[in-house]
Design a protein around this ligand. Structure first.
Ligand code: NAD
Length: 398
């Protein structure tokens, strides 16, 4: 079939297999070009490994450090002649490239919040790897079914306390408008914390620890975001921010629980980037479009792969304990949060309109990056040619 992008609001419902493979290869090339820092982990479990920050967290240890990787994700294979999800094609391409280099790479496609997937992961580690020395927790999900209560909670992106009105952009149509969002109620706050907070990360680490599949000195890292006060009402002070506070509190408990093993748990605060998860957040895509323009002009722009490469080489595996902020977090959002970058974005914010959006923001770059997430717009790919949408995952764990 011929696969073209079909954008519906903030998602693209098609994905291109060879385009996704080319996107993976670009990221592998970047990592290999940067070289291999010493002391990289050798056996890595990535939970949420198929797109965005988690995918980059799989590529970096594999292709910079020769690590064996086990990836967990929830993706849709091709069915009835329809394209698979981008994360499926990414993972197929990742495994193929890793195997071609002689690296162990296996994947488990299923609900990471469930007990069954945790047990399947433990069995796979036991049989194939013995132990893991790094666990990256990079889930972004709109819902979670709790493994013990069976209750399904949905996360919401809402302010807390009072309603919030701000500029936002329809990235597909390029229209800037005001959006007003009513505050979340207590149930919505609790549900968002259940989905995106730290409970599941703690459940993963305690299950892995009890099963004895964490190596001495094992590290674990989960990702968070802070950003500027422009976005605080909807992000840091909103429902998702409450979940991130919970994640940060979990990091401290997990850190203590790993002390017997000489291990460590960290939250890394990352840069705002175009991913499937971030494109769903109101206001944030407009901020990202302005941020990209400023950071690209100053040669400071990074995508997921550059962020994670720097996180591993300069923070997690720099030969010493990573430098932490006052709240005990790793900061790899340091370039985004430089005062001169934030001042430049804040200066543009009040004046941005539908009319001047193409000039004063990088909306074009935003859209290109969004489409690349689904394998579109990559150089050298014949998008008008027939392609088989059914691509097998080479090494899915049974
Ligand atoms: P993403 O949407 O690109 O990736 C989400 C991953 O989670 C995918 O691999 C998906 O398959 C997996 N997943 C979702 N539900 C699952 C389930 N039930 N079981 C198994 N796997 C499941 O998201 P992302 O933007 O890379 O976000 C990853 C983390 O990084 C999140 O914690 C997010 O808050 C954080 N973060 C993102 C940004 C950003 O700007 N994108 C910035 C800082 C921090």
């Amino acid at each position: 079939m011929i696969i073209q992008p079909k954008v519906r609001g903030f998602i693209c419902v098609t994905a291109h297999p060879t385009g996704c493979a080319a996107h993976i290869q670009q990221q592998i090339d970047y990592v290999q070009h940067k070289g291999s820092p010493s002391g990289m982990p050798k056996r890595v479990l990535v939970i949420g490994a198929s797109t965005g920050y988690g995918l980059a967290s799989r590529i970096v240890p594999a292709f910079a450090g020769g690590a064996a990787t086990l990836g967990i994700f929830f993706e849709r294979p091709s069915e009835n002649g329809k394209p698979a999800s981008a994360g499926w094609y990414n993972s197929c391409a990742f495994e193929k490239a890793a195997h071609a280099k002689g690296l162990y790479a296996k994947s488990i496609n299923g609900d990471a919040y469930s007990e069954a997937i945790k047990q399947q992961t433990i069995e796979t580690i036991r049989e194939d790897l013995g132990t893991v020395d790094l666990v990256v927790y990079s889930l972004a999900s709109p819902r979670r079914t709790h493994p013990t209560t069976g209750v399904t909670c949905k996360s919401v992106l809402k302010p807390i306390g009072s309603s919030f009105t701000a500029k936002t952009v329809d990235t597909d149509r390029g229209v800037v408008s005001d959006i007003s969002i009513e505050p979340a109620n207590e149930q919505e706050i609790a549900d968002t914390v259940s989905v995106m907070g730290g409970e599941d990360w703690e459940m993963w680490i305690s299950a892995l620890s009890e099963a004895g599949v964490l190596a001495p000195g094992a590290k674990t890292v989960a990702y968070s975001y802070i950003g500027p006060d422009l976005t605080w009402a909807i992000y840091r002070n909103g429902t998702i921010g409450r979940a991130k506070e919970d994640l940060e509190a979990s990091a401290k408990r997990i850190h203590n629980s790993l002390s017997g093993l000489g291990g460590a748990a960290y939250v890394s605060v990352n840069k705002a980037l175009v991913t499937q998860a971030s494109s769903a957040i109101p206001v944030v895509p407009l901020y990202i479009s302005l941020l990209y323009k400023i950071m690209k002009e100053r040669g400071l722009h990074e995508g997921c792969i550059e962020q994670v490469q720097r996180l591993f080489a300069e923070r997690l595996y720099n030969g010493a304990s990573p430098q932490l902020d006052d709240a005990g977090r790793i900061r790899i959002d340091d370039w985004e949060m430089r005062p001169e970058i934030q001042a430049a974005v804040a200066a543009l914010w009040p004046s941005v309109t539908t009319e001047n959006l193409p000039q004063i923001s990088d909306i074009v770059g935003y859209r290109e990056e969004f489409l690349r997430l689904f394998g579109f717009g990559l150089p050298g790919i014949a998008y008008d040619a027939e392609v088989d949408p059914a691509v097998p995952l080479p090494c899915a764990s049974a």
